[in-house]
Design a protein around this ligand. Structure first.
Ligand code: 6R9
Length: 643
């Protein structure tokens, strides 16, 4: 096939896993799952090695997700301590600041060990122990890594909240997991702008009476008011030792909570546990990226998303990698920034999102070709379907045709990559995440749940558990079961649509539920709608996704105002600002249409299918509107479409 990129010779010869190797791993995982997984688990350092592997069931009667249950380990010790003897002086973390004129910082595994231990002792001195929840609301600074790993070291459960979320969104997340302590910074920086993190925590704290301690890292040196509950991190750290034993944890003890948007209701606290999650992060990092000692690994995600958890911190550090953390923006001071960082630190593998590539692509090739990039050997992508144009640009221009593109499909819920190429084993097709990794069991089904064989398109399920699977929704096991395991009984439903071609390659087509993927970040339509209707002038709102050249999907909001309220541009901007304040910039609508009425069925259900079509500008095929309570509203919506 013309559009297939074979495995380059250097990879075919030198990779850990070649074509035959990938097939063999998949076959072993099928033939003897227990033996396969117990063998893979040995890549971790266990205090008590597990003797059992998968004990999960997706059936209602005995529903449970459980792996390696009798094993004991400490995740932070796996990421740091076990590397001290053979690579203690190797660099574990490179921090590249927002401002290119500032010096990068480097931490060896030994230095990281000290920093994490100190942070852990600060938390302990504040009374934090095993199982307690710690909310981390930090910018992309080294202390974010220290704080996360410090929690893992003492067995506290971290909940990292993306620094772009509003005080309200932060308050909801602190309350949901009942954390008494928040770690934040005076301010964050991105693209030369300041983000008032401490002020946001102060505003959130007013709504969370149970929040009794805020630890503030001094990042920019800005003046911030310090209340009774606030403590400076550097002051607390001055009083503690850099020695902190790692807490032995059962494999199924919780490691972290990460809130993610679903199709209904408030964000869900996705819970991951210790053994299975770390194995999956570490194993997939090796399978997909074949990291070798001395290389520099760069995952350009934010620590506030699962990609940052699994591929800035846990996976690479468990594998003893040098991981780069970037505080800044790809387009600031200009569109060369990423490639300059690649050259400056001799990055071998870059892992980023299609949205960043599209934003850079439109600035022209010169920003790329002005840089060297000869250190690069592999390029990765994650977060949303990558359009073939962006794929080819990444491959041909950024990688100068030398670097395989590793398109990894996965989710917050899956812990790590699920469908992805291995550089030495998988021929690539632009736009396809290729094949399921060994042990991953996908299936495509139609609306009725009939399993489709061969080349087909349908909804994507995973029919068996894997080690990195989320274990529950924090505090709501019933919601976990209802959300993922009842649409198609006995399987995990991903929420994604997918096509499988005649070669067995998987092509993710996007969400089939009411989740919008904005710049690779998940936004629930219900969340944006709830924010809009909180505005005193709004009677009703419906939100759908629309195609967006850079973001992949943008947010299109239909708003019905209260009687007598005048619809004008000032109110339109006010509502966009309102959502930004309520949730955060990622939720701000890209288009907002005032709608005197919304298309509803006679039973009052909003027909999103029609709203999606209008938002897409595809008004010629609105389908059957005869079941609407008032078909005339559609004409008005079409006539007053924005954008
Ligand atoms: C890791 C992450 C998950 C959703 C997922 C899907 C989309 C992620 C993708 C992809 C096509 C890829 N998605 N990777 N779609 N190709 N390589 O992004 O987690 O934030 O939970 O989003 O992102 O729709 O369901 P999360």
């Amino acid at each position: 096939m013309a559009d297939t990129y074979p495995v380059p010779a250097v990879w075919a010869e030198g990779a850990r896993v070649d074509v035959g190797g990938r097939a063999a791993l998949s076959a072993q995982a099928e033939a003897d799952p227990t033996g396969f997984w117990l063998k893979q688990a040995r890549r971790l350092d266990w205090i008590v090695p597990p003797t059992v592997a998968d004990e999960s069931s997706f059936e209602e009667a005995d529903f449970d997700i459980r792996w390696f249950a009798d094993g004991q380990l400490n995740v932070a010790a796996n990421c740091i301590d076990r590397h001290l003897s053979d690579r203690g002086d190797a660099v574990a973390l490179i921090w590249e600041p927002d401002d290119p004129a500032e010096e990068a910082r480097r931490y060896t595994f030994r230095a990281l060990h000290q920093e994490v231990n100190r942070f852990a002792n600060v938390l302990k001195a504040e009374g934090v122990g095993k199982g307690d929840r710690v909310t981390i609301y930090l910018p992309m600074i080294p202390e974010a890594a220290f704080a996360v790993l410090a929690c893992a070291r003492i067995g506290a459960i971290h909940s990292v909240v993306f620094g772009g979320f509003s005080p309200d969104a932060l308050a909801g997340r602190i309350t949901d997991c009942d954390s008494r302590l928040v770690v934040t910074a005076d301010e964050g920086r991105r693209g030369g702008k300041r983000i008032p993190l401490k002020a946001n925590v102060d505003a959130a704290a007013e709504r969370v009476p149970g929040l009794t301690r805020v630890i503030v890292v001094r990042a920019t040196g800005a003046e911030v008011p310090m209340a009774e509950r606030d403590r400076w991190y550097h002051e607390l750290a001055a009083d503690v030792s850099a020695d902190c034993p790692a807490e032995p944890m059962a494999a199924e003890d919780p490691l972290f909570i990460l809130y993610t948007s679903g199709s209904t209701g408030k964000p869900k606290g996705v819970l991951h546990t210790s053994g299975g999650y770390l194995l999956w992060a570490s194993l997939t990092h090796e399978w997909c990226f074949d990291y070798r000692p001395g290389e520099v690994w760069w995952c350009a995600a934010d620590i506030g998303w699962v990609t940052g958890h699994s591929y800035i911190l846990y996976g690479p550090l468990a594998n003893g990698a040098t991981t780069l953390m970037f505080e800044g923006l790809p387009t600031w001071p200009d569109a060369s920034r990423i490639w300059q960082v690649v050259d400056r630190h001799q990055v071998t593998t870059l892992f980023t999102a299609p949205t960043a590539l599209r934003a850079l692509m439109k600035e022209g090739d010169a920003f790329v070709t002005a840089t060297d990039r000869s250190s690069l050997k592999l390029l990765g992508t994650v977060g949303e379907p990558i359009n073939p144009e962006a794929w080819r640009w990444y491959h041909d221009v950024v990688g100068a045709g030398r670097c395989p593109i590793i398109d990894t499909w996965w989710q917050t819920e899956t812990g790590g990559a699920m469908i992805a190429p291995m550089p030495g084993a998988t021929a690539l097709k632009p736009g396809s995440a290729t094949l399921p990794l060994p042990g991953v069991a996908p299936a495509l089904v139609d609306e009725k749940g009939t399993v489709l064989e061969g080349a087909a398109e349908g909804n994507l399920l995973i029919t068996r558990s894997w080690p990195g699977q989320m274990r529950t929704v924090w505090g709501d096991q019933d919601r976990f079961f209802q959300t993922y395991f009842t649409t198609y009984r006995g399987s995990y439903f991903t929420g994604d649509g997918c096509r499988r071609d005649a070669d067995g390659y998987y092509w993710i087509t996007g969400r089939v539920d009411d989740v919008i993927n904005v710049s690779g970040h998940r936004m629930g339509t219900a969340e944006v709608e709830s924010a809009l209707v909180l505005h005193p002038k709004v009677a009703e709102a419906a939100v759908v996704g629309m195609p967006h050249v850079v973001k992949g999907q943008g947010i299109y909001a239909y708003v019905t105002l209260n009687a007598g309220v005048a619809a004008d541009d000032a109110l339109r901007s006010e509502l966009v600002q309102w959502v930004r304040r309520e949730i955060g910039a990622i939720a701000a609508p890209d288009a907002l249409q005032f709608a005197p009425g919304l298309p509803k069925t006679r039973s009052g259900k909003i027909m999103r299918r029609i709203l999606r079509k209008i938002a897409e500008g595809d008004v010629s095929s609105l389908g059957d509107t005869s079941t609407l309570a008032d078909p005339a509203v559609v004409d008005d919506l079409v006539a007053n479409r924005v954008g």
